[in-house]
Design a protein around this ligand. Structure first.
Ligand SMILES: [Zn+2]
Length: 123
C-alpha cells in the first residue's frame, strides 16, 4: 500500500529546537534549510509532535530516534514509537537508547528470518 501523500511534513532543526510545517521534498533532493540558522533540517514526518523549545531532554530523545532511523511518517509509525520505544510520557534517554537497541536487534533478526524463508521457498 503506498504511503498517503501529505502536503506538509514537520521539518525539525535540532540546533534551534524548532519545527516548521513545510512541504516535503522529493526523495534524494536536498533537505530544507532552517529559516533561522540556515542549517539542514530533518523531515520528521507529518505525525511528528515537536517538543517545546525549552524541553531539551525531549529533543534529545527525538534526536536519538532520528539518528537510529525512526520517523513519524504514518499514524502507525507514531504509535509504534510511542508504544514500544518511548513507552511512557517522559522517558529517560538511557531507557530509550536501550529500547532502540533491542528494537533494532529484533528487526534485523526478523529481516534475516524473512530472507532465509524466501531462500528456502526458491529451492
Ligand atoms: Zn535552526
Amino acid at each position: 500500500m503506498p504511503d498517503k501523500v501529505f502536503a506538509f511534513t514537520h521539518w525539525a532543526c535540532f540546533d534551534c529546537r524548532k519545527s516548521f510545517a513545510k512541504e516535503p521534498v522529493a526523495r534524494g533532493s536536498a533537505a530544507r534549510k532552517c529559516p533561522e540558522c540556515a542549517r539542514s533540517m530533518i523531515d520528521m514526518g507529518p505525525y511528528f509532535e515537536p517538543p517545546r523549545r525549552l524541553n531539551k531532554k525531549r529533543w534529545n530523545v527525538m534526536k536519538l530516534l532520528v539518528d537510529n532511523g525512526y520517523r513519524f511518517r504514518s499514524e502507525g509509525s507514531r504509535s509504534y514509537i510511542d508504544t514500544f520505544i518511548l513507552q511512557v510520557e517522559n522517558p529517560r534517554l538511557a531507557d530509550v537508547e536501550e529500547r532502540i537497541r533491542a528494537d533494532l536487534a529484533l528487526r534485523s533478526r526478523r529481516r534475516r528470518a524473512f530472507i532465509d524463508g524466501s531462500k528456502n521457498k526458491r529451492k
